[in-house]
Ligand binder design. Structure first.
Ligand code: SF4
Ligand code: FES
Length: 326
């Protein structure tokens, strides 16, 4: 076990736990934001630098501070470690820089983007971004790509977090896709189209933190804040059948996985539940879904997550296991 203090709050965690996991166990007040880490996907994290923190004391044995900010999703705790997240000016500054970097090529599409209202980049920009841009060069421009009948890839909005690549790699059969090219030319390879034959390919939409991968059965049907998210379930032979149905009146406009307070799906759902089961009679409605109070859709009428959902021991995946899988 290791004792770690984050923004003045101390917790004891199992060895192998990352700083981010420890922070999430303490609660949302100290948990750094994440754009690429996803607890349900192996080897995720380490790409976006959103989760940077300052380690002001390395450990009990070696109390020297770490010379640079570290990615909390990729750094394991040491006994006696002290970490500053929101209490560090360096972190606030660096995070602002990261947001600016993520927005370098991201179009200002929010008024027409289906992800608006539940976009992690939008939330991050409001919380940590600057109101002005310092660049005036043209952003990258890609053609939209249809990934089968149900999913659209809008590469202009992609922040290269690799989550969809990992979903297609880990949840669907065979590795037939990836990020091609590097630097400014990097893009999600269209080979991802091959993953469409798989029952679970629709999950790339749920893990995408921005509006780069959207559900074609829902595109432009409604702004998300005009819909009512309700937990529902059905007997499904392929997945757990536990979903959120997004309703307008009595019509179900879209079906997604259920998300936890970190914006991550609790369980991946199959394409039949997501794309082909849109009649109210298909579902047993359980009641309103809890909504992250980050989101504009929490405005006035929905229950928010009340207290931190603690990670169970099974959700704490020692980093060493991840690295072996790389
Ligand atoms: S398409 Fe979305 S999930 Fe995939 S790498 Fe880009 S931002 Fe991440
Ligand atoms: S969440 Fe840690 S680097 Fe992206």
């Amino acid at each position: 076990m290791a004792k770690i203090t984050i923004d003045g709050k101390t917790i004891e965690v199992a060895d192998g736990t990352t700083i981010l996991q420890a922070a999430r166990m303490i609660g949302p007040d100290v948990a750094p934001p994440t754009m690429c880490y996803y607890s349900k996907l192996k080897t995720s994290g380490g790409y976006c630098r959103t989760c940077l923190v300052e380690v002001s004391k390395g450990s009990e044995k070696d109390p020297r501070p770490m010379p640079k900010l570290v990615a909390s999703c990729r750094t394991t705790v040491m006994d006696g470690m002290e970490v500053k997240n929101n209490s560090s000016e360096k972190v606030t500054d660096a995070r602002k820089g990261v947001v600016e970097f993520l927005l370098l090529n991201h179009p200002l599409d929010c008024p027409v983007c289906d992800q608006a209202g539940e976009c992690h980049l939008q939330d991050l920009s409001y919380e940590h971004g600057s109101a002005k841009t310092r660049t005036d060069f043209e952003r990258r421009n890609f053609e939209k790509i249809n990934i089968g009948n149900y999913i659209q890839l809008h590469m202009n909005r992609c922040i290269l977090c690799y989550r969809c690549v990992k979903v297609a790699d880990q949840i669907t059969d065979g590795r037939v896709h990836g990020v091609i090219n590097r630097g400014d030319h990097a893009e999600i390879s269209t080979y991802i189209e091959n993953a469409i034959e798989n029952d679970f390919s629709g999950n790339v939409i749920d893990v995408c933190p921005v509006g780069a991968l959207t559900d074609k059965t829902f595109r432009f049907k409604s702004r998300v804040w005009f819909t009512k998210p309700e937990n529902a379930h059905r007997d499904c032979p392929t997945c757990s059948g536990k979903v959120v149905v997004w309703k307008k009146g009595d019509d179900i406009l879209r079906v997604t996985g259920r998300k936890d307070q970190w914006g991550e799906v609790e369980e991946f759902i199959c394409n039949t539940c997501r794309f082909e089961t849109k009649k109210t009679s298909d579902w047993t409605i359980e009641g309103p879904s809890p909504i992250n109070n980050h989101s504009v859709i929490s405005a006035n009428h929905y229950e928010v997550f009340e207290k931190p959902q603690e990670l169970t021991i099974n959700q704490i995946r020692p980093l060493a296991i991840d690295q072996n899988n790389d």
